[in-house]
Design a protein around this ligand. Structure first.
Ligand code: NAD
Length: 342
């Protein structure tokens, strides 16, 4: 680590290695790392020579900080790296999380955690065995607007929660991308952006669903040959709370989290974008600051490691989402049957 900041206020910065230098790493995570208080970019892992060259020049990384997927395990010998941030296609998260844990590194893994319940369990076990922390990139859990939804519900500001509606979708472009290949993505809109809506329901309810049923529709059978296009699901939580969720790869602008209580309501729209979130309640507008979601998520994880305290987005949270998405696909396959979750 390095010490920075005022002489009387040293700050320990943890080194982060980024695995996979695609859109998210380039446009969100690398710029966010520059804004963090407790993290710094310490290494990169990429299969593309041109990217390795460009990134090392832009971020002044020494040769020893540059890895390929083949040399990745050597990261074990690099004391500059404390955290490995896995930003690869979904079905590669497990392998790189496990290899990072074996190299003695803490892991921040992008959502969805993996493409199966079994893979998630293996990842949790590997991090446990090597005594490393594992967090899933659920950035919304570090954003004031989402924390406010949780608070309103938990403190029963408008009485007990009754009904949740959450949905996130966008119109997907390039038909050849990995997001539309089942082997790499594990599913379509649900795995990619539906998980935000699912998460929104879980943390706003502050509880786990006990029953779920779902159905899907496809308007482009060629483009969505391997993965889901549009899905809607219904969940029952304990204490009489009902939730409706939706996700789509064919509609721009679906982006909301709504909670209806006995005596009022709270809602975010847009809810899951990287910025510009808008919140309202039956009492008026939410007046909350916009933050960099990735900087907030990274700084929180670094603090958890530095202070040896658990993250609020552990592997178990990602595993639970995989259990629920698996139940959604099971329900769809069985024609909308209700699946018991608890
Ligand atoms: P991307 O396609 O832009 O980047 C993926 C990277 O993986 C590329 O650099 C690519 O070269 C590399 N890669 C290595 N092996 C590959 C292979 N076999 N096939 C395809 N690519 C391969 O994707 P992205 O949008 O950066 O998404 C990466 C991960 O981040 C995904 O798990 C995604 O769900 C997640 N994500 C999270 C958020 C968020 O808001 N938290 C937003 C976008 C993406």
């Amino acid at each position: 680590f390095v010490l920075t900041g005022r002489a009387d206020e040293p700050v320990e910065k943890l080194g982060v290695a980024l695995v996979g230098l695609g859109n998210l790493s380039t446009n969100q995570i690398a710029p966010a790392l520059q804004k963090t208080k407790y993290c710094r970019l310490a290494a990169i892992v990429s299969g593309t020579p041109e990217k390795r060259q460009r990134w090392s020049a832009k971020y002044h990384l020494p040769t020893r900080a540059i890895y390929t997927y083949e040399t990745f395990d050597k990261i074990k010998e690099n004391p500059d790296v404390d955290i490995v941030y896995v930003v690869l296609p979904n079905a590669m998260h497990g392998e790189y999380t496990i290899r990072a844990a074996q190299a003695g590194k803490h892991v921040l893994c992008e959502k969805p955690m993996e493409v199966s319940v079994e893979k998630c369990q293996e990842m949790i076990e590997a991090c446990r065995k090597h005594g490393r922390q594992l967090a899933v990139g659920y950035r919304c859990q570090f954003v004031p607007h989402h924390l406010e939804m949780m608070r309103i519900s938990r403190e029963r500001q408008f009485g007990p929660l009754k009904l949740l509606e959450a949905s996130f979708g966008f119109r997907i472009g390039d038909p050849n991308q990995w997001r539309l290949k089942h082997a790499l993505a594990g599913g379509g809109a649900l795995m990619d952006v539906g998980v935000y809506a699912l998460q929104g329901c879980r943390y706003t309810a502050g509880a786990e669903p006990v029953e779920i049923s779902a159905f899907e529709t496809k308007t482009d059978l060629e483009k969505f040959k391997e993965v889901d296009e549009t899905i809607s699901w219904h969940m029952k939580f304990p204490d009489g709370v009902i939730a409706t969720g939706g996700t789509s790869y064919s509609a721009n602008g679906i982006n909301r989290l709504y909670a209806g209580f006995e005596n009022g309501w709270a809602s975010l729209d847009p809810a899951y974008s990287y910025g510009g979130l808008k919140g309202r309640t039956s009492k008026g507008e939410m007046d909350l600051p916009q933050v960099d979601h990735f900087a907030a998520e990274l700084d929180d994880f670094a603090q958890c490691i530095l202070q040896n305290k658990p993250t609020r987005v552990p592997g178990e949270t990602g595993l639970q989402d995989l259990k629920i998405t698996t139940a959604i696909y099971d329900s769809i396959r069985s024609g909308g049957k209700t699946i018991q979750l608890a």
